[in-house]
Every structure is written in C-alpha cells, then in structure tokens.
Design a protein around this ligand. Structure first.
Ligand SMILES: Nc1nc2c(c(=O)[nH]1)N[C@H]1C(S)=C(S)[C@@H](COP(=O)(O)O)O[C@H]1N2
Ligand SMILES: [Mo]
Length: 317
C-alpha cells in the first residue's frame, strides 16, 4: 500500500484484459505461462450461509472474482493476487475470537458460533481503499454493536481494538518481514466506541452468499464502509475494549499518510496522490479504466457525519 500510487495500479487491469484477449485467440499456452494468481477459484468449497438477504439494489456489485482475486492482505503478500494464492491453505477452523478488556462480560466465540451467535444479514456496501480504488461488496455479517452489547462495555471503554491472528507457521508474511511488506504483525486496528456502536459497522463472516474466502479475511473481519479499507481488519482473533487509543498498524508505519480516523474524504489528499476520485474495480471497457468521484464519508455522510461534529477533518485524517 505504501509504495503504490494510483498510476501504479491501473495497468494491472489492462494486463488481465490482455490475458482475456490472448485466451480468446486460442493462445492459452502462452497465457498459461504468464503469472496470474488473481482469478484462482477458491470459493467453490466455501460453506453457504443462512442470512437475511438485502433488498438494496441501488449499487452495482463488483464481480465476485474481483472481490476475491484483487486483495490487500499483506500477511499473504503485497501484490493484489498474492492473498488468493498464499492463503489458499489458511486454516480457519478451529478458531477462537476473544472479547475482553474493559467489559463486564468477557467471552470467546468458537468457529461455529461466529455464524450462529448473532443472526446474519447481507449488507451491500461501497468499499474504498486509500489507494484510490473502490468496489461494491455484498457482505454477510452482524452489527458489531450486537457483540458489544453481549460483552457489556464498562464506563472506561473508549476504544475498541482489533487484532489479526499471529501465526508465522502458516502466515508467510509474518515469518518473513520482507514478504509481509515490512509490517510489524499482528495487524492492529481500532475504532472509537461511538464508531464501533454505529449500525453500519459490520462484523463480516461472508460475501456473495458464502463464508469468507481466506483472502478476504476468513473467518471473521471488520467492515467500516465510511472509512478507508485499511481500517477493515481481517481474520480477527481478539477484540479488546480499552480506555486508551492504541497505535494502529498503518498509523504507526506512516502517521503523515495514514491517520487514526481514516474517514473517506475527497477533499483531503494523500500526501502522494489525490483522493478526489477512485478507480472502479471490475468496471470500464476492454482497455479502459472507469473512474468516479469519491463521496464524502464514502457516501455515508448522512449516517455518520454526526460522529465527527467539532472535529477538524483536515488534521484528524
Ligand atoms: N490483517 C489485515 N487486514 C487488512 C489488510 C491487511 O493487510 N492485513 N489490508 C487492509 C486493506 S488496505 C484493505 S483495502 C482491505 C481489503 O479487503 P479485501 O481484500 O477484502 O477487499 O483489507 C484491510 N484489512
Ligand atoms: Mo486499502
């Protein structure tokens, strides 16, 4: 994420389109020699979920093979196609998600409870990465506030802190610092308690009707649709309620580039590129790229702006 500019990422789509052309001309032997990890099919064996379907039809969904083939999950490599490849044997069952810290009722959810403890529903959300690309994803999950209600935060709880699994034996980027993009793992993220309680904030266990593929953060990840994608931490094993604000992963790496809030804001540019518009993944023509204007709070301004009244969004980026 750090080294990319929006210009660096656009040719990748064109590369894949070229592969399609090569295939169409029957040159699949040539195509087969090209490195391509993006379209591997890992979704077939994933379990189908029972959930309440969304009735929202206002957004055009990003094709499933893009959602599951174009990923950021640095624990499994820094290229967009690497997570689908290197996470293909990632073991998510058994799993334990532990909720603790400043709560009256700490508890642990095992793998099956992630899918059964709270009723699942589909949420179709815009998803905007800080690298200036976007998708629309039909997530399946439950509101984080339901989990917090069960935990009963104490009056000291001001922040909700999330930790990704740390397991260098099966996570190559944690074993090898270079492979993992130079990040100190585990990946850590956090929200204010008000952000965490918001009804848009989702704990996701699936997408496109099935359990999450490993590369999308199986078995459970956060989705905060009005914030840049790096807040939506994957493969969570621990949620800690805290009185103090922790140092989060990207903020620690480059505080001038990635703030704690990370609210999508077209008026505040990244130091190295504009945030005014975004490349729409999976849209556009054969050799072209579709861009669209980026919306304040990623289009969720009406729902979330009140969380930030009195806060200077230019300095609190
Ligand atoms: N643990 C962990 N969570 C992570 C990341 C990561 O590298 N590690 N990348 C983040 C970034 S930058 C983005 S854009 C989203 C990508 O989610 P997706 O691959 O499901 O689209 O995951 C976020 N969560
Ligand atoms: Mo991102």
């Amino acid at each position: 994420m750090k080294k990319l500019t929006e210009n660096d990422v656009t040719p990748e789509d064109i590369f894949h389109q070229r592969r399609k052309i090569i295939k169409a001309f029957g040159l699949s032997a040539v195509a087969a020699t090209l490195p391509n990890l993006s379209f591997a099919q890992h979704t077939n064996s994933l379990k189908a979920l029972k959930y309440q379907k969304s009735s929202d039809s206002s957004l055009i969904l990003t094709p499933e093979n893009k959602v599951t083939g174009y990923n950021n999950f640095y624990e499994f490599g820094v290229d967009k196609g690497s997570p689908a490849h290197y996470a293909r044997n990632f073991k998510v069952d058994p799993w334990q998600l532990e909720i603790g810290g400043e709560v009256e009722n700490p508890f642990i959810l095992d793998y099956n409870q992630l899918f059964t403890q709270f009723p699942l529903e589909e949420r179709i959300y815009r998803f905007r990465c800080v690298e200036a690309w976007s998708m629309v994803v039909p997530w399946i999950g439950f509101e984080l506030n339901k989990l917090l209600a069960k935990a009963k935060p104490t009056s000291k709880a001001k922040y909700v802190v999330f930790h990704t699994l740390y397991d260098p034996e099966q996570i190559p980027g944690q074993k090898n610092h270079f492979f993992g993009g130079g990040i100190n793992y585990p990946y850590v993220e956090a929200l204010t308690i008000a952000e965490a309680m918001h009804s848009l904030t989702l704990m996701s266990v699936g997408l496109y009707g099935k359990a999450l593929p490993a590369q999308n953060g199986a078995p459970i990840r956060l989705v905060v649709p009005w914030k840049y994608g790096f807040k939506s931490i994957k493969s969570i094993v621990k949620i800690t309620l805290s009185e103090t604000r922790p140092r989060t992963t990207w903020e620690s790496l480059a505080p001038n580039e990635y703030g704690f809030y990370a609210n999508v804001n077209p008026q505040v540019d990244h130091p190295r590129w504009s945030q005014a518009s975004e490349r729409v993944i999976g849209a556009g023509g054969l050799l072209s790229v579709k861009r669209q204007p980026t919306l304040m709070f990623n289009g969720y301004e009406q729902e979330v702006a009140h969380l930030y009244t009195g806060l200077d969004l230019r300095t609190n980026y």
